[in-house]
Design a protein around this ligand. Structure first.
Ligand SMILES: O=C1O[C@H](COP(=O)(O)O)[C@@H](O)[C@H](O)[C@H]1O
Length: 252
């Protein structure tokens, strides 16, 4: 684990996936507005996945008092595919929210796609993204993320950090390339656990019975090697937005 301060897990339960997405969207709007009140600029890390993208659609419908000109967007992971590919998290996030709000395009920081910015491998894209993050960081590492959103797979993966992989064990680099993701597509780019743990708040958006075992394991303090989600913690808050099915194996 890093030497950064970490927070205990808070679990917020909802009836179904739609309620998870709606509640997380309302909380996201509040968190961005609060960050802007305190520090003018807000820095958020988006996630891919069903619930993460559904959440963005709810933010689009109910944007509250967000000042979009002072929102800085980053991505927790990306599928290393050509620009514009519909499987890219960035493309889905643009369709759900980013293309519909007055964000400054220069503040949307995407992971270079295949062939973009001279990147022909996930490792090159990861290196370039690490440079982009460092350039927007107060200390040459990563920006001070206010909220890092995370989906989670049924085996406990977050971002593109899968169980028993070099990427989940990474303790120095903040962004790495993945060549052999067990979930397609195989080539990916991902923030590592040391990068996630620098966020003020880490939020998991999880729904469905297939995730119940991993939710219980991660909240219960499993090894990140076994269940990567267990290693993701915010310095101020770590919040699980879960539906009834995903919460089924948690203590009541
Ligand atoms: O492949 C990915 O999967 C996870 C989880 O997705 P979900 O649809 O099961 O919620 C997602 O968080 C990650 O960003 C994505 O690349």
């Amino acid at each position: 684990m890093s030497d950064h301060v970490t927070s205990p897990s808070e679990v917020l339960r909802f009836a179904d996936a739609d309620e998870v997405a709606r509640a997380a969207a309302d909380a996201f709007v509040e968190a961005v507005v609060a960050a802007q009140r305190e520090r003018v600029q807000a820095h958020v890390v988006l996630t891919g996945g069903g619930t993460g993208i559904a959440m963005l659609e709810h933010v689009r419908r109910n944007q509250g008092a967000i000042d979009w000109s002072a929102v800085n967007v980053y991505f927790g992971d990306e599928r290393f595919l050509p620009p514009g590919d519909g499987e890219r998290n960035e493309v889905q996030a643009r369709a759900a929210l980013l293309d519909h709000v007055p964000l400054d395009p220069a503040r949307i920081h995407t992971m270079p796609a295949l062939g973009e910015d001279g990147c022909s491998t996930p490792a090159e894209s990861a290196q370039r993204y690490a440079e982009i993050l460092a350039a927007h960081s107060p200390d040459g590492t990563v920006p001070q993320f206010d909220v890092h959103l995370l989906g989670m797979g049924g085996e406990g993966h977050i971002n593109s950090l899968f169980p028993h992989t070099d990427a989940v064990r990474e303790s120095a680099r903040l962004v790495v390339g993945v060549e052999d993701s067990p979930k397609p597509p195989p080539a990916r780019v991902t923030l590592t656990l040391p990068a996630v743990r620098r966020a003020r708040q880490v939020w998991f958006l999880v729904a469905g019975a297939a995730k119940a075992e991993a939710v219980a394991a991660a909240v219960g303090g499993a090894e990140p090697e076994e269940f990567p989600a267990a290693g993701a913690r915010g310095t101020e808050r770590t919040v699980w937005f879960v539906d009834a099915e995903a919460a089924a194996q948690l203590p009541s």
